[in-house]
Design a protein around this ligand. Structure first.
Ligand SMILES: [Zn+2]
Length: 398
């Protein structure tokens, strides 16, 4: 079996997670893929199981105890933005840089989707424009499974390898129930990125601010000097925030305040912001700034503004405490595969960030799939194959 076959098989499973559900996993359909994967691991001769939260754990025992024990994680669920049911994938052989027509309505050109330019000459897997593809992160699963299967077939020397396939990453609950006692490794990797020359170990520090604004409702005909319209206060608050520090005006290592939702009536309004910054001190400043903005509004409108601020996740780099063994190992493997390793400060979070905070260092590798979460998602078969090679080098060759 090839990584391509595995990938095409896994994307036939509808594994969309549900942000509104509080059960674990958030949707029971994710369990169908979980059981399939545990079964495949058992067929490879691995110890494998699915726990009650839907997490698949599998172990390949060491053939050479002197090699480090390593973990590999990928998530089974797909994003809520677009359905991942009845994915009808199509293969384009030897892509030549042209506009790809997905269906009557949707096309993608390298001008609008520049990742295509890096895939000229590759065989691509694309959608029919009605669903997402599921490369995020079934490509990660296919790559890990293929690498381990090859290592067994080719009898390559390896340390202990643990795999975990998790549900609900896309709804921010990927490692909520992750059992680190079942995953005893020196360090681990998520295989959940895009470009395959990347090894990423920096991500945002993240907090959420919910601001509740109390108004005072009175019949609008008799409201002079009495009514306090919570929606208008909310709008005043929004105007008081920095205009240029938003996702639409920032890139690279610049942080932002993002107004995620606003709801309002005269009686009450609710604003939800997320705060993001790679730099810890600037992140602290962002939170202080949010508090001071609310205080200013309360000085003008006493007792009307209520702030709830909570941290969501942190930049993994600060929890690595300078231990770069996992990054060096990956860089060596990427070089060995003929590529120049690159590290980018991710403008988001990863499951690995939360695992690193819990004590398991876990940077992120690429998958060779791009434009995740929508109909323009695509995979390069050659890049997935190369990624299998990289994972094998990480496990076997040092
Ligand atoms: Zn992902």
């Amino acid at each position: 079996m090839s990584v391509q076959d595995r990938f095409l098989h896994y994307i036939t499973f509808d594994t969309q997670s549900d942000p509104s559900s509080s059960s674990a996993p958030s949707t029971s359909k994710q369990l169908i893929l979980a059981k399939e994967l545990a079964g495949e691991c058992e067929k490879l001769g691995l110890q494998a199981s699915v726990d009650s939260y839907g997490i698949v754990y599998a172990t390949l025992e060491a053939s050479d105890e002197t090699l480090p024990s390593l973990g590999f994680c990928a998530h089974m669920d797909t994003a809520s933005e677009l359905s991942g049911k009845d994915v009808k994938a199509r293969i384009i052989k030897n892509y030549q840089g042209n506009t790809i027509r997905l269906n009557e309505e949707y096309s993608m050109s390298p001008k609008d989707y520049p990742a295509l330019k890096d895939c000229i000459g590759d065989d691509l897997i694309v959608t029919d424009g009605t669903t997402l593809l599921g490369g995020d992160d079934k490509a990660g699963i296919a790559i890990i499974m293929q690498a381990v299967s090859d290592i067994i077939d080719q009898n390559l020397p390896h340390g202990r390898v643990q795999m975990a396939f998790t549900p609900d990453e896309e709804v921010g609950r990927g490692v909520e129930n992750f059992d680190l006692d079942r995953f005893k490794v020196d360090y681990a990797y998520t295989v959940d990125g895009g470009k395959i020359d990347q090894i990423d170990y920096e991500n945002f520090n993240a907090a959420q601010a919910v601001i509740r604004i109390e108004g005072k409702t009175i019949h609008p005909g008799y409201a002079k000097d009495k009514m306090i319209n919570a929606s208008l206060l909310a709008s005043e608050f929004i105007q008081s925030m920095p205009k240029k520090q938003t996702p639409a005006h920032t890139e690279k290592r610049q942080g932002f305040y993002h107004l995620v939702t606003m709801q309002g009536s005269c009686e009450e309004a609710l604003l939800t912001y997320i705060l993001r910054h790679h730099d810890w001190h600037r992140f602290l400043k962002q939170k202080e700034f949010m508090k001071s903005q609310v205080e200013k509004m309360n000085a003008k409108y006493p007792g009307r503004f209520h702030l709830e601020l909570h941290d969501q996740y942190y930049n993994m780099k600060q929890y690595m405490h300078g231990d770069m063994r996992c990054v060096h190992r990956a860089r060596k493997a990427i070089r060995r595969a003929g590529l120049d390793p690159v590290s980018i400060a991710t403008r988001g979070g990863t499951d690995g960030a939360m695992l690193t905070e819990k004590g398991l260092i876990c940077p992120n590798l690429g998958t060779g799939t791009y434009h995740h979460h929508g109909r323009y998602e695509f995979a390069s078969i050659q890049q997935m194959e190369k990624m299998v090679e990289i994972v094998k080098y990480i496990i076997c060759t040092f």
